[in-house]
Unconditional design. Structure first.
Length: 426
């Protein structure tokens, strides 16, 4: 089978935080179909509007070879399909491959002789060949590595990051045969300015992705545990980390809530596979337990501080500043700020949430909470700075104090304010 870049038409399946930037870049080079089952999303993109804020109207307009569609028939003109659907976990913290399976079923309906399907969604090693390929074969009636081929190239999108974009992050690629691996790599080399790394197999590429965020998760878990220890010792964590950071090889991690679509999710894909082959991954799960428990820890510290200041906890007014999983982006996926909200509800406090980055309707739909997008004109018994949005980092201490009562608590989770002007920090 011969593969030619000149004859390549690319279909991007899923136009979220990962798929859209990819579609835009390919749409500058190749004929590209950006496909999403959400017709409203497709209409918005055709109008030049991206609610994720990953791509500006100007960037969308630059992709002159890109078309958007929610019509499956339009995908039939493609011969390379790149799948960028989400891979979440369920309520039992087990991998939920439903979106991936459904996307594979959809592609199976349009797959034809010689086509290549590349998956970017985060999975455990082996998932592409063990889960996705059989679905493609079953629906299409075609034979893998005879009639159609596959590849895996893990996404490395960092939502809200305007410096590290899809084109400036090195890309790992792989293919189901040596020829396909080279073809997939050449496709990505068209748009990745910093180069690619061709892995020896699909499983190696899958494993590389899942350990990237597992490593970060464990590093943050270590710092979170250190913060708990230092708090008990009466030592300021940030001062310790700054001092330790003077050594050239000390890694600059900071404590905090660990959410989002990757770091708080990917380790469970790896532990699921490990347990399936009979190995109990102790270190990875220990890190997950620490990070998943930080919301409860934050609230326990807040309640103790309120009691020490004789602030009535029941019925207290608490302001949480920030709901997104990270700063300066509207991404609410797997935000762990909701853990703080749930814990505070156990104490019958009145919680307001202020986040200028999000759509209140999205927050209501996803988590059942109401969100203020304008700074409240109200005094609170406690203020928790949960996300370091620019709007919060540029506020003066007087602006923060205007939100508090004479006797109150300011809990700074993100080191936004000077240590001397807040009551609590991680």
């Amino acid at each position: 089978m011969e593969f030619s870049l000149d004859k390549t038409t690319i279909g991007i399946i899923g136009l979220g935080y990962v798929g859209l930037p990819l579609a835009v870049e390919f749409g500058k080079k190749n004929k590209t179909i950006g496909f999403d089952i959400n017709a409203t999303r497709v209409t918005q993109l055709r109008d030049g509007n991206d609610f994720t804020l990953e791509c500006s109207s100007e960037e969308l307009a630059q992709a002159t070879c890109l078309e958007y569609s929610s019509n499956l028939e339009d995908l039939k003109q493609c011969n390379v399909y790149i799948v960028t659907v989400p891979t979440p976990i369920d309520q039992h913290k087990q991998p939920d491959l439903t979106p991936l399976v459904k996307a594979s079923e959809t592609l199976g309906q349009v797959l034809k002789q010689g086509d290549v399907v590349v998956y970017e969604s985060t999975v455990y090693p082996g998932a592409t060949e063990e889960v996705c390929i059989p679905v493609l074969e079953r629906v299409s009636g075609l034979k893998f590595n005879q009639d159609f081929y596959a590849g895996y190239s893990p996404e490395r999108i960092n939502p809200g990051d305007k410096e590290h974009r899809v084109t400036t992050i090195k890309k790992v690629t792989s293919g189901s045969t040596p020829e396909v691996a080279e073809y997939v790599d050449s496709i990505y080399r068209q748009i990745i300015t910093v180069g690619t790394h061709k892995a020896s197999s699909i499983k190696v590429a899958e494993a590389a992705k899942v350990i990237e965020n597992t490593q970060r998760d464990l590093n943050i878990a270590l710092i979170n545990e250190l913060a708990i220890i230092f708090n008990k010792l009466g030592i300021d964590t940030e001062e310790v980390l700054k001092a330790a950071g003077t050594k050239w090889n000390f890694l600059p991690f900071r404590p905090g809530l660990v959410g989002g679509h990757c770091i708080g999710v990917d380790p469970y894909y790896l532990t699921h596979k490990a347990q399936a082959i009979g190995y109990n991954p102790e270190v990875i799960l220990a890190g997950r337990r620490i990070n998943d428990g930080m919301g409860a820890y934050v609230v326990s510290q807040l309640i103790k501080a309120m009691l020490q200041k004789s602030i009535q906890v029941k019925g207290a007014n608490v302001l949480i500043m920030g709901l997104t999983f990270k700063e300066n982006c509207p991404d609410l996926r797997n935000t762990r700020v909701v853990d703080i909200i749930a814990e505070l509800a156990e104490y019958n406090t009145n919680v307001d949430i202020y986040d200028p980055w999000i759509c209140p309707e999205d927050a209501k739909r996803e988590y059942g909470v109401d969100v203020l997008t304008e700074k409240p004109n109200k005094e609170y018994d406690a203020v928790i700075v949960a996300v370091a949005h620019n709007q919060f980092t540029t506020m003066s201490i007087d602006e923060y104090r205007s939100l508090t009562k004479p006797t109150s608590i300011i809990y700074d989770l993100k080191y936004v304010l000077d240590r001397n002007v807040v009551d609590l920090r991680l």
